[in-house]
Design a protein around this ligand. Structure first.
Ligand SMILES: [Zn+2]
Ligand SMILES: [Zn+2]
Length: 159
């Protein structure tokens, strides 16, 4: 067996590394250096990235070509373990703000600066399941993504 070359990765704070290790242990998944490198790269950004941007960032850091399929596989893994969320409307990815527990989030997407705020509202979840219930609908997954301006951008906008 050939040893895989060392992966150069963005620095990862101990807090996130521990969270990632714990999530993987719980899910029986293996946290490889390559998977961790993708996660670390995403955490260097303060906004969601597309798979395309992510490939660019990783290639720049690792100084080599990376097959898109490999990155998509790592993203699948990160989503599966709850470390990363996929924004359906923008087709971008962002690290979860609280990956220590399973949850269904809602997202506030700023169309000016691109930042995304992840919120976890029990009220929204309850309301949606009540609406579905009233119609005899059996929900599988709810995607709540609100587009608009974040507080900072709204304040900077001329009235
Ligand atoms: Zn989350
Ligand atoms: Zn904004």
């Amino acid at each position: 067996m050939r040893a895989s070359p060392p992966v150069s990765a963005a620095p990862l704070a101990a807090k996130w590394r521990k969270l990632a290790e714990r999530r993987c242990a719980e899910k029986g998944e293996r946290l490889t250096p390559a998977r961790l490198a993708v996660y670390a790269e995403m955490l260097t950004r303060d906004r969601p990235v597309s798979a395309y941007e992510l490939i660019g960032l990783l290639e720049e850091r690792q100084k080599r070509k990376i097959a898109p399929l490999t990155v998509y596989r790592h993203l699948d893994f990160l989503i599966r373990t709850g470390l990363v969320h996929r924004l359906q409307s923008a087709q971008t990815y962002l690290p979860c703000e609280h990956p220590d527990h399973a949850h269904e989030s809602q997202f506030l997407l700023c169309s000016s600066c691109g930042r995304v705020d992840e919120v976890e509202s029990r009220g929204v979840r309850k309301m949606l399941s009540r609406i579905a219930d009233e119609r005899g609908f059996r929900p599988e997954q709810a995607v709540v993504e609100v587009k608009g301006l974040c507080g900072a951008c709204a304040a900077a906008e001329p009235a």
